[in-house]
Design a protein around this ligand. Sequence first.
Ligand code: UD1
Length: 419
Amino acid sequence: MDKILIQGGERLNGAVKVSGAKNAALPVIAACILTEGLHRLRNVPNLKDTTTIKLIMSRMGVVFQEEDGILSINSRKIRDCQASYDLVKTMRASILLLGPLLARFGRARISLPGGCAIGARPVDLHLKALSAMGVKMFLERGYINAEVSRLRGADIFFDIPTVTGTENVMMAASKAEGRTIIRNAAKEPEVQNLADMLRAMGVSIEGDGTDMIIVQGVETLNPAEELTIIPDRIEAGTFMIGVTMAGGELFVDGCRPEHMSAVIEKLQGVGAEIEKRPGGLLIKGPERIRSVDIETMPFPGFPTDLQAQFMSLMSIAQGSSIIRETIFENRFIHVSELRRMGADIRVHGNQAMVRGKDHLLAAPVMATDLRASASLILAGLVARGGITEVHRIYHLDRGYESMEEKFRSIGANIRRVKA
Ligand code: UD1
């Protein structure tokens, strides 16, 4: 298994280009199932997760081609409406295929994703909403078998503003009879990117970016001639936290400040200087890192996907900070690894108290999930006393494009050792 080796202590300077957002690319690629024809997508990141969704859809019969930065997707011949356990178990977001398969073919067989390292993460809200649209479902040997003769629009209220749940319903509603209203919808920028994709396919959607989305179903859709995936705000935030920890001055090229207000505000509170510049953000790391508290929230609040990375930052801040995780029940598994590097962190329920230390110490550590692996790399960038080895790096490759190369290009002493 590959591992990443980091010799800490280098400042980060220069510019880093942000890739397309994983969490926007996955639903947009899934949406190509909705109608036959040739869809063209720009800025799709090259990640393990995007490869997985392409693989699942290729098995169904969809053809992918990449040329000059454009991913062409031909979903004319789909012969199989199923996503099997061997791939779904590696990527929970495969559940995003349910809505579009039902909309186009009236049937789908998708393996139930199951639990994951950061919590139980059920899909009950997806299933309840689709049932309200007329879908009949039964579970058999770990698979969701779903069928509907004609999807009908419905008035749906989500108990929790689920991101992929909102996206699944938006895709199903695109071809449903009549109007669907999604209340307490997720407001994430990735949901808006999917709405743009559906609009490019001829669907009428209003309210994306607010907590009420209205979708007017249409009989026939056209393929999306061109849709650009938005920049990855989590990747951008990871680099911004990195320069705040390591020091230096970094231009985060391509990130959209309007997607990052909560992160910008917290990093300014910590002492980083951040300026909007044409095409991105310029960030300068502080001499002294101050402690601030964070609480993860749905967008536009502080993203849970940056909580682990922020904890690394707080572990070398002056003073103490409280980090509250309100989205996932078990998203502190990185704590024990950060402790192995000398961090002083105590966890009580969904709250972690981090007492900042003068420095962290290099150690061999194990990545446990995608964002936890990023937090360990950040810790390694500032650790003293040798080389930090981050093992099980396949988690990182699920969601970060060439992360170690990008860090190396801005001055970090980091390399990957192939197994
Ligand atoms: C998406 C993101 C993930 C991010 C998360 C929260 C993608 C591919 N993934 O995941 O990176 O961390 O949003 O911002 O976009 N819930 C239920 N029942 C359901 C669905 C969700 O109880 O049917 C709960 C979850 O367990 C969690 C909360 O709702 O506690 C929010 O989860 P959700 O927004 O659905 O996360 P994902 O869409 O899976």
